[in-house]
Write a protein of this length. Structure first.
Length: 162
């Protein structure tokens, strides 16, 4: 399973408000297509975020994320719930985070990933640091790695590469 943080991972970490006070989020099309490929390969995904956002719900639905946990101030507690709900072990999880709140899960995940522009404190905890920034294709980069490592890349991209 791929578990994602949102702000700083699926977005570039900026919070933008319009004149009405509504929060706007900018998502990467590359990350979205990566999520399409992940789903095509039969790999599920979950989002755990400390914030709440209507825009995120719409994007998560488009990306076929199986469950979104918002207002998750204690992300590790939610992570435990995810493991139980989906009958997973730590080593079956890839977690992508960017800040201090993500460290408890990064310490446990089988494949702990930090985004290039994440907090410096997470970097020593991660197995991999992305070359791309959060919200700028970092999620897609990790998905490509997962699909290639699991031997699923050719199967899910064949229609595009032949």
């Amino acid at each position: 399973m791929l578990i994602l943080d949102v702000d700083g991972v699926l977005t570039d970490g900026r919070i933008i408000y319009n004149n009405s006070g509504d929060e706007l989020k900018v998502f990467s099309v590359q990350d979205g297509f990566g999520m399409f490929l992940l789903n095509k390969a039969g790999i599920r995904s979950v989002i755990i975020t400390a914030k709440k956002s209507r825009a995120l719900i719409k994007r998560a639905k488009e990306m076929k994320v199986v469950k979104v946990y918002q207002n998750a101030v204690n992300k590790e507690r939610v992570y435990e719930e995810v493991l139980k709900r989906f009958k997973l072990k730590d080593d079956e999880v890839c977690y992508i985070g960017d800040d201090l709140i993500d460290i408890p899960i990064l310490k446990r995940a089988g494949f702990a990933v930090g985004v290039r522009d994440g907090a410096s404190e997470i970097k020593s905890t991660c197995h991999y640091l992305t070359k791309k920034a959060g919200g700028r294709g970092a999620v897609r980069e990790v998905i490509d790695i997962i699909l290639k490592a699991q031997g699923k890349w050719e199967e899910v991209t064949r229609v595009y590469l032949e």
